[in-house]
Design a protein around this ligand. Sequence first.
Ligand SMILES: Cc1cc2nc3c(=O)[nH]c(=O)nc-3n(C[C@H](O)[C@H](O)[C@H](O)COP(=O)(O)OP(=O)(O)OC[C@H]3O[C@@H](n4cnc5c(N)ncnc54)[C@H](O)[C@@H]3O)c2cc1C
Ligand code: SF4
Ligand code: SF4
Length: 397
Amino acid sequence: MAEIKIVTEKCIGCKLCVSACPFSAIEVEEKKAVILDNCTLCGVCVSSCKFDAIDFQKDETQSTVDISSYNGVWVFAEQKDGVPNGVALELLGEGRKLADTLQSPLSAVLLGENVGETAKQLIAHGADNVYLVDHPSLKNFIDESYADIFAQLIETYKPEIVLLGATTYGRSLGPRVSSRISTGLTADCTKLEIDDERKILLQTRPAFGGNLMATIICPNHRPQMSTVRPKVMKAMEPDSSRLGNIITPNVKIPENLKTKVLEVVSTLTEMVNLTEADIIVSGGRGMGDPKNFALLEDLARVLGGAVGASRAAVDAGWIEYSHQVGQTGKTVGPKVYFACGISGAVQHLAGMSSSDTIIAINKNPDAPIFNIATFGIVGDVLQVIPALISEFKTQLG
Ligand SMILES: Cc1cc2nc3c(=O)[nH]c(=O)nc-3n(C[C@H](O)[C@H](O)[C@H](O)COP(=O)(O)OP(=O)(O)OC[C@H]3O[C@@H](n4cnc5c(N)ncnc54)[C@H](O)[C@@H]3O)c2cc1C
Ligand code: SF4
Ligand code: SF4
């Protein structure tokens, strides 16, 4: 366990550490720094002290795991009715690069019922191996059974890296599996790389409200596990001539589950399909009124796109959360992203800045959204959007 203490003989009470602590966990009392109970042992304050008065002992726990026996990159091939989720294919694209750098195989883990054909698609998208568990009880995702089988596979085949989509399923499965096999999990990564020297996975993700990027490593445990949001990585072009192995491992199918799926009902949320859309028309507080979202729907309809929103619009109750784009909403990467009456807060940009073309409409010429916009229109959304709808209708027939 890491430990922190103030060396009171050295502390002069200058308070530099107080402003350095991101958790307000240091106070100075009677000219001496005091560490409070809410300290997270992050270690940030140590370098702020010019007097060497903060003694921070890192956790040097060494693993009892023989990490050299782990090899290969795995991707959880999430699917629904045999159709692989886009993020699974994106992770295979990214996993291919990681596996090539490590000179190790890339494998997909496919659980479901009657999904043999899906396995071939995964090979076409870059997998060398597919671990296929095909069983009627796996028709629908149930985290209890999926996690059990996934953990059995990891314990048997020992991959060194496991990637999952940061989808509803992946976010439920990842932590269950990582805690079962006693390893770490970095959620919502935006960049994955291999450290040249140590050959470990560098997992980068936004931290502190998106204001800085943190690179996280898992040096003492295996596998190194990450979730990645949809549309952050790029899928490979499928190549149906690629060859790969479909392995049907011997696993114990869990019985007597606590959960039973009685019926699957598609919700409106799934129909929005924001993460797959090529064109997104998003609205923010600048739309002024919920009824003005009809304009966004009209523009999206004319262009064959989907409607997104900023958190301010969602919090105001103008549109459902399933439409929210950003750090605490969806990450999207469409060909064209319209930001209508959206200021461009970092938390919103975190979810859409990888869009190919960004068109911002805002009445404030100094709005931060214009800093990342490909095209900017300074004007009132209530005038600009109807003009765009009319023009696109004419142009597109
Ligand atoms: C931990 C955390 C997580 C967050 N997660 C998210 C997230 O996932 N997604 C997200 O979006 N936000 C998120 N936020 C909130 C974020 O910080 C901003 O508050 C939010 O994005 C602002 O939304 P907005 O741009 O619609 O509103 P505002 O910032 O109020 O901007 C409205 C804009 O509309 C313009 N405008 C006003 N009237 C008009 C008009 N008639 N015509 C044209 N332009 C007009 C204004 O000039 C202004 O630029 C998060 C915040 C925190 C702290
Ligand atoms: S920065 Fe160092 S010397 Fe200054 S108050 Fe903090 S611990 Fe004491
Ligand atoms: S270790 Fe981190 S949380 Fe604790 S006092 Fe230092 S900066 Fe604050």
